[in-house]
Design a protein around this ligand. Sequence first.
Ligand code: NAD
Length: 480
Amino acid sequence: MSQKYGHFINGAWIEPDSGEYFASTNPANLEHLYDAARGNERDVAKAVEAAEKAYHSNSWANLSQTQRGKLLRRLGDLVGENAEELARFESLDNGKLLREMRGQMANLPDYLYYYAGLADKIQGSQIPTNDLAILNYTQREPLGVVAAITPWNSPLTLTTSKLAPALAAGNTLVIKPSEYTSRTILRFAELATEAGFPDGVVNVVTGFGNEAGSALTDHKAIAKISFTGSTTTGAMIAQKASARFIGTTLELGGKSPNIIFGDANIKNASMGVIAGIFAAAGQTCIAGSRVFAHRSIYDELLERVAERAQSIKIGDPLDEATELGPLAFDQQLEKVRHYVNLGISEGATVYSGGDNANVDLPGYFYAPTVLTDVNNDMNVVREEIFGPVAAIMPFDSEDEVVGLANDTEYGLAAGVWTQNLSLAHRMSRRLEAGTIWVNTYRAMSPMSPRQGFKNSGVGIEHGLESINEYTKLKSVWINT
Ligand code: NAD
C-alpha cells in the first residue's frame, strides 16, 4: 500500500481538512512514490494558529538565544545522521542524481551550524545622539510567523536557507514545499521536533501553489514571506505582501551569462560551461544558460562542450554512473521541448543534443543540448528554460560582451573565465548580477550572502546579512 503523509502541524501529523491527497511520482520511471495531503485554507489556518501560539509560548519566546542555537545545532546533527535517507527521498522526488543529493545533504548541517553560531550574536547597538541626557540604543526582534514557500529543484537546501536564520532570530515558521517534493520537508520538520524545537515552531502544509500557497500568503497573521521560485509567482507574492506592508525575501529566476575570454584556460572553462548548464539537467536558478565565447576560441570551446555533452551518461539518478537524470515532471519536459522548437523556428541550430535522450526508462529525459546561431533577440536566449539547454554565442570585445550579458531582465549570477586579473576585477564590477564567479561556477557557502539583482529577487539569503531579513529593528530612547 502506498505511503500517505498528512500535514505536519504543531508537532503532529494532521489529516487534510478535505480528506484529499495527491500523488508524487518518480520522474525517472514514472512509478508512484507516495501521497501527500492536499492543503487548503483551513489547513493553513491551523498551521498559522499553531505557529502563532508557539511564537508567544513560554517554551519558545523565553528560550535564550544560546538555547535556540543549541536546538539548531542538534537539528544539524540529526540532518547529518539522516543524510542518506534525505538524499534518497529528494533524488526519487525530483530526479536529481543521488550522488549530487548526497553532496547537498552532507553540506546541509553546515547551514544549521552557521546560524546556530549566530543565534547568540543577534544584537543592537548604542547610538550617539548629541543629547547627553539621552541613552539611545537599538535591539533586533523577531518578526513573528514567517511563511516559507519553496521550489522543487533543491527543496531541503533552499528551505534550510530560510529556516535556519528565521529560527535563529526567534521566529516560528509555516512551510509550504513544492507539490513535487513534499517528503524531505516533512521529514525535516519531524527531525526539528526530534531535535527539541517546541511544537508549532516548525509546521508544514503540503499542497498546490494556488491553494495552500496562496492561502498562506493571504493569511493576515503572517509577518513575512520568504519565497524561492519563479519570477512570475514572486511578482504575485510581492504585490500581496506590499498591500499588507509585510516584508519579503524573494529568490527568483535567472538567465545567467557564462563568459569565456580568449586567454582563459580552455579546458577548465569548457568544464565550467558544462557544469554551469548541465548540472541537475539545467534545473537550477543559477544555470549558466547563456554562454559567450570570445571569437578567437569560439570554435574550440564549442567543440569541447558539444563533445562532452554527447558523452554525458543519461539514466537512472540512483545509479552512481549516471551523469544526467530526468527533468522533474512532465511540464518541465514539455517546456524544454517547446523552447528548443521555438529556438529552431527563430533560426537557432541544434548543434548537439535535442529531443533524443537515448534511455531505457520511461521518464522525462532530455539530452544535454547546445544551440548555436542564437542572439539576444531570441526567446531561447531571453527566457528561463530551466532545462539542459545552452545557447553559445561569439563576441569580439569586452564592451560588447558586457552589453550582451547585461541585456536581460535577470541578474542572479555570472561566470567569467580569464587569466587576466584586471579584466576579472573589471568584469566583476561591470556585470549586473548578485553573484560573480571567476574561473569557477556554482561555488556556494552558507557564510557567503547571495542576492538576485533586477528580476532575480529581493533580499539576501545566506551570510550574516540574512539574519536581518528575519528581524525588525527597534530604537529605544531613555531620558537619563
Ligand atoms: P514556482 O514559482 O512555480 O513555485 C515555487 C513555490 O511557490 C511552490 O511551492 C509552489 O507551489 C508555490 N506557488 C506557486 N503558485 C503560488 C501562488 N499563487 N501563491 C503562493 N505560492 C505559490 O517555481 P518552481 O517551478 O517550483 O521553481 C522553479 C523556479 O524557481 C525557477 O524560476 C528558478 O529559477 C527558481 N529558483 C530560484 C532560486 C534562487 O535562489 N534564486 C533557487 C531555486 C529555484
